[in-house]
Design a protein around this ligand. Structure first.
Ligand code: HEC
Length: 124
């Protein structure tokens, strides 16, 4: 009788611990997902902008887009009718709404830290 009680207690304990661990994991995964994809960044990646302009708009094959993107009118005019080698994105492929989202993502990218605030850069 005593040992059956103990077994039951152990079982309850296992269930409680498992629930806590799994619950914590799931919350953790959700939070991580939010952190990984700031608004507009999914459209930026889906449309392939990152391939030439870098994941955070820092440039690559194409010019740097962020921080401080061009004013929206100039920005959208380049995307619709690029002057040179960039492929044109018509509203059929990239809706005005998605273009806005992409722009908002680029606007949300913060300035890099000042070089003097990075200790490794001031080491002799
Ligand atoms: C295949 C490479 C490529 C892709 C993909 C691409 N771009 Fe470009 N982008 C360029 C190049 C190269 C330029 C320079 C102008 C030119 O050559 O047409 C440019 C210029 C720009 C400019 C003007 C920047 C400036 O300071 O003059 C903007 C804004 C821009 N791209 C936004 C985008 C967005 C938004 C996307 C995704 C919807 C995108 N680009 C996808 C290559 C690319």
């Amino acid at each position: 009788m005593k040992s059956k009680n103990r077994q039951q207690t152990l079982l309850v304990l296992i269930v409680v611990v498992a629930a806590l661990v799994l619950g914590g994991r799931m919350r953790g995964a959700g939070a991580q997902e939010e952190d990984q994809f700031p608004p507009g960044s999914e459209e930026y990646i889906e449309m392939g902008c990152y391939q030439c302009h870098g994941y955070d708009g820092n440039g690559g094959g194409g010019p740097r887009l962020a921080p401080d993107p061009l004013p929206f009118a100039a920005f959208s005019s380049v995307v619709r009718r690029p002057p040179n080698v960039m492929p044109a994105y018509s509203p059929k492929v990239l809706t005005d709404e998605k273009l806005r989202d992409i722009y908002e993502y680029l606007e949300s990218i913060p300035d890099p830290p000042d070089a003097s605030s990075v200790p490794a850069l001031s080491e002799e």
